[in-house]
Design a protein around this ligand. Structure first.
Ligand code: ZN
Ligand code: ZN
Length: 268
């Protein structure tokens, strides 16, 4: 039996720094292939506990907000300073992301080749399928304040993980997530009234509704203020055992048409 698909939560806070968890970062593994989805502030630190950053098959960034990509800078320092030696880390950026990283290198007083020396960077075409070893990644536009892309990762056995990134309520996201074996859905807001008029985030109740409408087999709330975890656990418990808040450090094994078949780590 090959696989299975495994997900490890490296970070599940929103942009709020918190001692319990970094910002967004999710490690997807299939046998020797390890793919990192988003790398918000603090994620590189936690990554080192579970994987060798130099052995990653790639990093995919959903959108260019700090809590989803800023630790690309931190991660860079784990590679040989002058480049060479370690193979470059494939970093798949959303359209326009490349220029943002050039700007970031300048903003942190690094040389222009700072990222290029260690990363093999490209900008993915959201309409096209991205292949990372045996994994395939598809994208769909989320509802956010800036261009943002949800990701669907499919393993060779058909197991499908969908990570929506940052999004407001969206029929398109329901369609994209439909039938997922595991859905990661954000729950940033206490109240929808906190959001801009043009929605860009979800309340926990909206996140649970979205997951239920998408008829997913399992879901985990992510991108939530860690201090609200107990409250979110209560809301999820009322919805059923298929959904609960993600916790930093938890590792989930995903099986096609079944959902989560094994959970280890905190709150598992
Ligand atoms: Zn965002
Ligand atoms: Zn965010």
């Amino acid at each position: 039996m090959l696989g299975p698909l495994r997900l490890t939560v490296l970070g599940c806070s929103n942009a709020l720094p918190h001692p319990d968890t970094p910002a967004a970062g999710f490690l997807v593994q299939w046998e020797e292939t390890a793919l990192l989805l988003d790398v918000g502030q603090g994620v590189a630190n936690r990554l080192r506990r579970v994987a060798d950053p130099q052995q990653l098959a790639g990093v995919v960034i959903g959108h260019m907000h700090a809590d989803h990509f800023l630790d690309l800078a931190g991660l860079r320092y784990l590679f040989p300073w002058a480049g060479g030696g370690a193979p470059p880390l494939p970093v798949h950026l959303p359209p326009g992301g490349r220029r943002r990283l050039d700007d970031l290198a300048a903003a942190i007083s690094e040389r222009p080749s700072f990222f290029d020396d260690s990363y093999a960077m490209d900008e993915y075409e959201p309409d096209e399928t991205l292949t990372v070893g045996p994994l395939t990644v598809r994208f769909a536009a989320a509802r956010h304040y800036v261009p943002a892309w949800a990701m669907s990762v499919v393993a060779p056995d058909g197991a499908r993980l969908v990570y929506l990134g940052d999004t407001g309520p969206s029929d398109g996201m329901i369609d994209f997530a439909r039938g997922a074996d595991l859905l990661l859905v954000e729950a940033s807001l206490r109240d929808a009234a906190e959001d801009d008029d043009e929605r860009g985030h979800l309340t926990a109740a909206e996140a649970i509704d979205l997951a239920r409408s998408a008829d997913v087999r399992a879901a985990r709330l992510v991108h939530y203020p860690p201090d609200r975890r107990a409250e979110l656990e209560g809301l999820c418990a009322a919805a059923g055992p298929w959904i609960c808040p993600a916790v930093q450090g938890m590792s989930l094994t995903v099986s096609p048409r079944v959902g989560i078949v094994r959970a280890v780590g905190p709150a598992a």
